[in-house]
Design a protein around this ligand. Structure first.
Ligand SMILES: [Ca+2]
Ligand SMILES: [Ca+2]
Ligand SMILES: [Ca+2]
Length: 614
C-alpha cells in the first residue's frame, strides 16, 4: 500500500542523474525545444527570494503607504527580487523545470486603493512604466543578468504581460471614488457628451467596431468625455511610460466592468485604466513595447494577463507581430498563452480564444478544474475523459491542445493542497499528501505543458486564493502565512524553503525527469483508455510523436491513476502491438494479458507509468 513518496525517493537518484545530464546539454539547444517540451515553473518575484535588501522599498522614501514595503502584510511588497531569483535558479532547474514564468516585472504604481483599503503592486499587475523593471525587483541590468543566467542553463524565460489595463491613474469627475458604474455605447455614444441629450462631439467617428479600426477613423476621436469626464490627477501627468499612455483618449473611460456584455472588454477592471485596444495607435504602441522586451532580453514567450478583456482584433495583429519579432531574434518557438478567466472554464469558451483571437494557446483552466473535481473532490473520472474529448474544439484540434499550459494551483484560485483539504476535511495528512502527489502526477504525465506553481513542491497549501496563495519562499514575516500548516513536512512558513528533500519536491523531480526523458509523455498523442462514473481508474496511452528520438523510446506509454480510496484491479485496452511493458514508475505488469488488453493493479490514490514494447 505504500506509494507516492516512497517510490519517488527510490527514483530520486535517477532524477539527479537525469537532471545533471539535462544541465550538461549545450545551452543553445533550448531554442530548438517546442513549447510542449517545456516544464514551466511559475513564480511571483516579490515572494520568491530576496537577494538585495537595499531595493526592498523600491528606492522610495517614507512609510509603507509610500514605498509599498511591509513584509508583515500579505498585500504589500515583501522584498523578493531578480537577484534573489538568479541565486535560486539551481533549485528550480534541479526540480526539473525547463522554463521560468515570471510574474509581471514592469514598474508598478507602488500603492493603490481608497484610504484604509490600500495595497501594493507586489503582484506586478498595476503597471505605470512598461519599459523598465520595477525598482522593488531590481534594475534593468538585473533583468539582463537573469535572462543571461536562465539561457546559459538551457532554460527559457516567459514574461507575464498586460495590455488590457494600466495602473489606476485616470479618474472621472463624476465619481472621484473610482466606483463609477459602466456606461454603455448605446446609452453614451461616442458622438455625444454625457449621453444622447449632450452636445455633439467627435463628428464623423464611426465607433470601435472591427471595420472602423483604422487610423483615419480614430483621428476623428478627439474628445474622451462621451461617457464620463476623465482626468489625470495633478502630479501624475507623465507617470506612465511610454508617454502616449498618459493621454485619456487612448482609454475606454466608460466606468467599471461588470464582466458581462460589452463591459467585459470596454470596462475598467476594478478602476484600472482600460486601454482603447481597438485603436491602431494603441495596437502599434503595445507591439513596440513588448517587441522591445524580446529584442533586449531574448524572451522566449509571453503569458497574457486578462486576455479575454481585450478585443479579438487586437490579438489578431499583436500575436503574429510578436512571433515575427521573436523569429527575427532567432527564437523559432516563441510561446504565447493567454489567461481566459471565465465563470465555468468551459473548454468551448477557452477554445474560442484560439480560434477567434488567434492565440497559439490559453492556460488550461478546464484541466485545473477537472483534476480538482476528481482528485481534490469525489467526481468520477469521466470528468477527465470529457475534458480531453473537447480538445477537438481548439484551433488545430487535439495536436494543438498539446501546447496548452496546464496547472492545478495558481496565484488567483489557490493551491491544490488547499483544495484537497477543503474537499476532504477529514483526510489524514498522509492522504492529503497522496492526493497532492496524484494531482501533480496527472499534471506531469497528461497532455499539455505542466506549470508548477512555486512553493507547491515544498508543501505550501495556503488558506484560499489571491493573497492567501502568494506565500513567501524565504522566511516569511506574515502572521497568516506563518500560521499555515504545510503538507508533508513539519516545517513552517517562517523558515526558508529551498531544500530538496520534501516528498513533493522529490516526486515532482522524478516526474519531471521522466517527462523530459520521454518524448511520448511530452508531445505524444493521448488516447483515453479507461474512466468511470465514480472515483477509480483513469488511464491513457501516450503515443510517441514521429521524431528522431533514441531507439529505447517506446511507442506507447500507459499512464494509469486510481483516484479512489480502494485498491483496483482492472483490464484496460492498449495497443495490440504492445506485448511487453516495463515500469517507468510504480509496479507494472510485465506482459499484456492478451493482445490489446493490459492488467492494471493500483493501490488507493496511486499511479503507474508503463512503457510498452513489441
Ligand atoms: Ca529585495
Ligand atoms: Ca482609473
Ligand atoms: Ca479591455
Amino acid at each position: 500500500m505504500k506509494c507516492g513518496p516512497v517510490g519517488a525517493l527510490a527514483a530520486s537518484l535517477l532524477t539527479l542523474t537525469l537532471a545533471a545530464q539535462i544541465r550538461a546539454q549545450p545551452a543553445q539547444d533550448y531554442r530548438g525545444r517546442l513549447p510542449a517540451d517545456e516544464i514551466i515553473y511559475f513564480l511571483l518575484p516579490d515572494r520568491f527570494e530576496n537577494g538585495d535588501t537595499s531595493n526592498d522599498r523600491g528606492g522610495l522614501q517614507g512609510g509603507r503607504l509610500v514605498t509599498g514595503f511591509d513584509p508583515t502584510a500579505k498585500g504589500f511588497y515583501h522584498g523578493g527580487d531578480l537577484k534573489g531569483l538568479i541565486s535560486r535558479l539551481d533549485y528550480i532547474q534541479s526540480l526539473g523545470a525547463t522554463a521560468v514564468w515570471l510574474g509581471p516585472i514592469f514598474k508598478n504604481k507602488a500603492v493603490q486603493g481608497a484610504p484604509g483599503h490600500e495595497s501594493a503592486g507586489y503582484h506586478g499587475y498595476w503597471i505605470t512604466d512598461f519599459t523598465h523593471v520595477d525598482p522593488h525587483f531590481g534594475s534593468d541590468a538585473d533583468m539582463h543578468a537573469l535572462a543571461q543566467a536562465v539561457h546559459a542553463r538551457g532554460m527559457k524565460l516567459y514574461l507575464d504581460i498586460v495590455t488590457n489595463h494600466t495602473a489606476d491613474v485616470i479618474r472621472y469627475r463624476e465619481c472621484p471614488e473610482s466606483d463609477c458604474p459602466y456606461r454603455s455605447r448605446a446609452d453614451y455614444p461616442y458622438t455625444r457628451r454625457g449621453g444622447i441629450g449632450g452636445e455633439p462631439i467627435n463628428p464623423g467617428f464611426l465607433g470601435d467596431a472591427a471595420p472602423y479600426q483604422t487610423a483615419e477613423n480614430f483621428a476623428k476621436l478627439t474628445r474622451p468625455d462621451y461617457a464620463y469626464t476623465p482626468f489625470v490627477p495633478a502630479g501624475e501627468e507623465h507617470l506612465k511610460v511610454p508617454d502616449w499612455l498618459n493621454d485619456p483618449i487612448y482609454y475606454h473611460n466608460r466606468g467599471n466592468s461588470t464582466f458581462h456584455g460589452e463591459s467585459s472588454t470596454m470596462g475598467d477592471f476594478f478602476g484600472l485604466d482600460d486601454v482603447f485596444t481597438e485603436n491602431p495607435r494603441v495596437v502599434q504602441g503595445f507591439i513596440d513595447i513588448f517587441g522591445a522586451w524580446i529584442d533586449q532580453y531574448a524572451i522566449d514567450g509571453f503569458r497574457i494577463d486578462t486576455e479575454q478583456h481585450v478585443n479579438p482584433e487586437f490579438w489578431q495583429r499583436f500575436v503574429p507581430a510578436m512571433q515575427a519579432r521573436a523569429a527575427a531574434k532567432g527564437i523559432p518557438h516563441f510561446h504565447i498563452f493567454g489567461e481566459v478567466y471565465t465563470e465555468d472554464f468551459n473548454p468551448a469558451q477557452l477554445a474560442r480564444h484560439t480560434r477567434v483571437d488567434g492565440l497559439p494557446a490559453v492556460l488550461d483552466f478546464g484541466f485545473a478544474l477537472a483534476v480538482r473535481a476528481t482528485v481534490a473532490g469525489s467526481t468520477g473520472t469521466d470528468r477527465l475523459a470529457e475534458l480531453f474529448a473537447d480538445d477537438a474544439l481548439y484551433e488545430g484540434g487535439a495536436p494543438a491542445a498539446q501546447q496548452l499550459p496546464t496547472f492545478i494551483s495558481n496565484h488567483d484560485m489557490g493551491r491544490f493542497g488547499y483544495f484537497v483539504r477543503k474537499g476532504w476535511p477529514l483526510a489524514t495528512e498522509d492522504e492529503v499528501l497522496r492526493r497532492v502527489t496524484l494531482g501533480y502526477a496527472m499534471l506531469m504525465t497528461l497532455r499539455g505543458v505542466p506549470v508548477i506553481y512555486y512553493g507547491d513542491e515544498q508543501g505550501i497549501a495556503g488558506s484560499g486564493g489571491d493573497q492567501d496563495a502568494r506565500q513567501d519562499m524565504f522566511a516569511s514575516r506574515t502572521a497568516t502565512y506563518n500560521a499555515e500548516r504545510l503538507v508533508g513536512t513539519p516545517s513552517t512558513m517562517a523558515q526558508s524553503k529551498f531544500g530538496t528533500q520534501h516528498p513533493l519536491y522529490q516526486s515532482l523531480a522524478a516526474l519531471a525527469a521522466l517527462r523530459s526523458a520521454n518524448a511520448a509523455l511530452r508531445g505524444g498523442e493521448q488516447l483515453v483508455r479507461a474512466y468511470a462514473r465514480t472515483p477509480g481508474i483513469f488511464a491513457v496511452s501516450r503515443l510517441r510523436a514521429n521524431n528522431n528520438s533514441g531507439a529505447n523510446n517506446n511507442s506507447e506509454v500507459v499512464v494509469a491513476f486510481n483516484t479512489s480510496l480502494q485498491a483496483i484491479d482492472v483490464l484496460i485496452e492498449v495497443d495490440p502491438r504492445s506485448a511487453h511493458f516495463h515500469a517507468l514508475h510504480g509496479s507494472c505488469a510485465e506482459a499484456a494479458s492478451a493482445p490489446g488488453s493490459y492488467r492494471v493493479q493500483l493501490a488507493a490514490l496511486d499511479f503507474i507509468v508503463c512503457a510498452g514494447s513489441p
